[in-house]
Design a protein around this ligand. Structure first.
Ligand code: MG
Length: 378
């Protein structure tokens, strides 16, 4: 039931290294399976989303976040006649390049890489996700990486600085980074994954925020979007409170955002009428929220920034995480032989140290930090 503007595996721009087709799976299904079996995917279970991995067993990790993005993305894709398997592949891979300790880790690693090599690439997690699937996974006899299709790789490279886009295009002319130079959009399934990512983290950060005690149900009523669903839930279930009220409100909020994306995207498709997947790439973003939902989503994000991501307790953890990354980086640059040989023997030392640190889980990074500095930051 794929629509003409969906990505059809038989029209894929293919893989970087030619391979015979699989007998029972199409190319996007095969991409998804390669991602699930990769080493980087298994590491996601011990990587921070917002709360550090050791802070509690029930908080989201990069793995459970990625599964939620895939679930939301597939639901929407099915309804719109888009390619569910491609959505799933992109969603499961979209965070593979994340460092330990969430955004704090990424910012610290970027600062370190720029300081050590001012003319270099710095560190961008989207670019690193592509690096993981293109270069760093070692699973095949004939090539590095997972050799995924163009469409999955394009979705994984969600953002990219102009400088890095130029560098990628020099190595792969007209490839997955070309759109950052041309100002075009990625395929419609990649567009969908970006919104599914947003819907997922806005909802689960509310849930994790309350679980951690940093947010309260009363405070959440300051978010107009959340408050409307919590009011409706209480009207339907008088006396409902506590976790069940939280879950019911979040559930309604998630559903409403999904319905909103479906309706707004249908409208955009009606208006623009893309005839093919490549046609869709040249148009303004087709997968979208309604203006009203966009606005309410922005308020929700602002609330989470002010009250959760910048909460003194989160900021304190963030500072320590950054310190751990900086000290690990300096230790490996000073003494590359502290890294496994595959990294220590690379010619581009800054890139090798960044690759090694980015691949670490939270707990491995802390263990290494303690081994190299003798200090325990947490
Ligand atoms: Mg994400």
């Amino acid at each position: 039931m794929l629509q003409p503007y969906a990505s059809h595996p038989e029209h894929s721009r293919g893989r970087r290294y030619a391979e015979a087709p699989a007998p029972t799976r199409d190319d996007y299904q095969r991409d998804r399976d390669r991602i699930v079996h990769s080493t980087a995917f298994r590491r996601l279970v011990y990587k921070t989303q917002v709360f550090l991995n050791h802070e509690g067993d029930l908080f989201r990790t990069r793995l459970t976040h990625s599964l939620e993005v895939a679930q939301l993305g597939r639901s929407i894709a099915r309804e719109l006649g888009l390619n569910e398997d491609l959505v799933e592949a992109i969603a499961l891979a979209h965070d593979l390049g994340h460092t330990p300790f969430g955004h704090a880790g990424q910012d610290a690693l970027n600062d370190c890489a720029r300081r050590a090599d001012p003319g270099g690439n710095g560190f961008e997690h989207n670019l690193q996700s592509l690096r993981v699937v293109d270069e760093l996974e070692e699973r095949y006899p004939d090539f590095d990486g997972l050799n995924l299709t163009f469409e999955t790789r394009e979705g994984i490279l969600k953002h990219c600085s102009r400088r890095n886009a130029e560098r990628l295009c020099a190595a792969e002319p007209g490839g997955v980074a070309q759109r950052f130079l041309d100002g075009t959009r990625p395929g419609i399934e990649a567009q969908l994954c970006n919104l599914a990512d947003e819907i997922a983290y806005n909802a689960h950060d509310i849930d994790d925020g309350v679980r951690s005690g940093l947010l309260t149900l009363q405070r959440l009523d300051d978010i107009p979007l959340f408050a409307s669903f919590s009011r409706a839930a209480r009207a339907d279930h008088p006396g409902l409170g506590g976790r069940r009220l939280l879950f019911e409100s979040v559930r309604r909020m998630l559903s409403q955002q999904v319905y909103d994306v479906i309706a707004a995207t249908r409208e955009a498709l009606q208006e623009r009428r893309p005839r093919s997947a490549s046609d869709a790439r040249t148009m303004p973003a087709l997968v979208c929220f309604s203006d009203g939902m966009q606005q309410r989503g922005a308020e929700l994000k602002k609330f989470l920034h002010e009250n959760l991501y910048r909460h003194p307790q989160v900021v304190d953890t963030t500072q320590r995480a950054k310190e751990a990354i900086r000290e690990l980086f300096d230790a490996y640059v000073a003494q590359p032989s502290e890294m496994p040989a595959a990294f220590a023997n690379q010619t581009d030392q800054v890139q090798a140290v960044a690759d090694y640190i980015a691949g670490m889980t939270d707990r491995f990074a802390l263990k290494e930090h303690q081994r190299l500095t003798g200090r325990n930051l947490f």
